[in-house]
Design a binder for this molecule. Structure first.
Ligand SMILES: NC(=O)c1ccc[n+]([C@@H]2O[C@H](COP(=O)([O-])OP(=O)(O)OC[C@H]3O[C@@H](n4cnc5c(N)ncnc54)[C@H](O)[C@@H]3O)[C@@H](O)[C@H]2O)c1
Length: 244
């Protein structure tokens, strides 16, 4: 029986690369995105199921999980990957509206999907969750205040889930991407293809930007049985930025 992998934010960037890599590893992919057309495009490419859902909305998430379980009866892998940027806004400049929006998607959305999927993994006695955090989850100067706080929160969520369910066969780990060539990067004002912008110091490493597939490969490993004893880990995928 092939594993069922639910990937949020699968319509673009890292999530789309995850969909391709999980499909190549033999998984049945469910591509979830708030952008219906994008989800469908990904699903079509990997012969998977597309589900349009807004992870920040509780009823939308309930419908998402109901659809997946209705189609496949199980969820083996959850990649909580959907996320949005915050225009790199500093604390004094951050609008309260954007704060709520970014926290609502990146942190509450990650919780909502996890919360809805966990009963199925507990019933199965097995499951692997891979959260897409960020370097901004372990440092203060990599993004704006809302994004930074949200990704620190994702790391707390990752560790708590890992601790809570280790004995029930459920593992939860996080990848921490460095600058990666996706839609989010260009829109964020964080950096451009030349490496200019606030994240200039990263460029000192020489390796400018990762490709989405670099993230997807690590996610596939963390979700696999080869990583059976890896739980609660934070895995930087950043060419060495975290080590500097
Ligand atoms: N690209 C980078 O440099 C970088 C670095 C660190 C972390 N990340 C993280 O990687 C993850 C993926 O980002 P990406 O770089 O591929 O960006 P992206 O913008 O290319 O893809 C994000 C996808 O998430 C979807 N999405 C947004 N809000 C959603 C919602 N409420 N419900 C469902 N789907 C939603 C978007 O429609 C989009 O398809 C994010 O969590 C992001 O914070 C990215």
């Amino acid at each position: 029986m092939s594993r069922v992998a639910l990937i949020t934010g699968a319509g673009s960037g890292i999530g789309r690369a995850m969909a391709h890599r999980f499909a190549a590893a033999g998984a049945s992919v469910v591509a979830c995105d708030v952008n219906k057309d994008a989800a469908e495009e990904t699903a079509q490419a990997v012969d998977g199921l597309a589900v349009a859902a807004d992870i920040s909305d509780e009823s939308s998430v309930a419908a998402l999980v109901e659809t997946v379980v209705g189609a496949h009866q199980r969820i083996d892998v959850l990649c909580n990957n959907a996320g949005i940027m915050d225009n790199m806004a500093l604390p004094a400049d951050m609008s309260v509206e954007m704060w709520h929006r970014v926290l609502g998607v990146n942190l509450t959305g990650t919780f909502l999907v996890t919360h809805a999927v966990l009963p199925h993994m507990l019933r199965q006695g097995k499951g692997a969750i891979v959260n897409t955090a960020s370097e901004a989850g372990i440092r203060g100067g990599a993004a704006g205040v809302a994004y930074t706080a949200s990704k620190h929160g994702v790391i707390g969520l990752t560790r708590n889930v890992a601790w809570a369910y280790a004995k029930q066969g459920i593992r939860c780990n996080a990848i921490l991407p460095g600058p990666t060539m996706t839609g989010i990067a260009g829109s964020a004002g964080a950096f451009d293809a030349t490496g200019a912008g606030r994240l200039g110091p990263v460029i000192a490493l020489g390796e400018l930007m990762a490709q989405p597939e670099n993230m997807a490969d690590v996610a596939v490993f963390l979700a696999s049985d080869e990583a059976a004893f890896v739980n609660g880990a934070l895995v930087p995928v950043d060419g060495g930025w975290a080590a500097a």
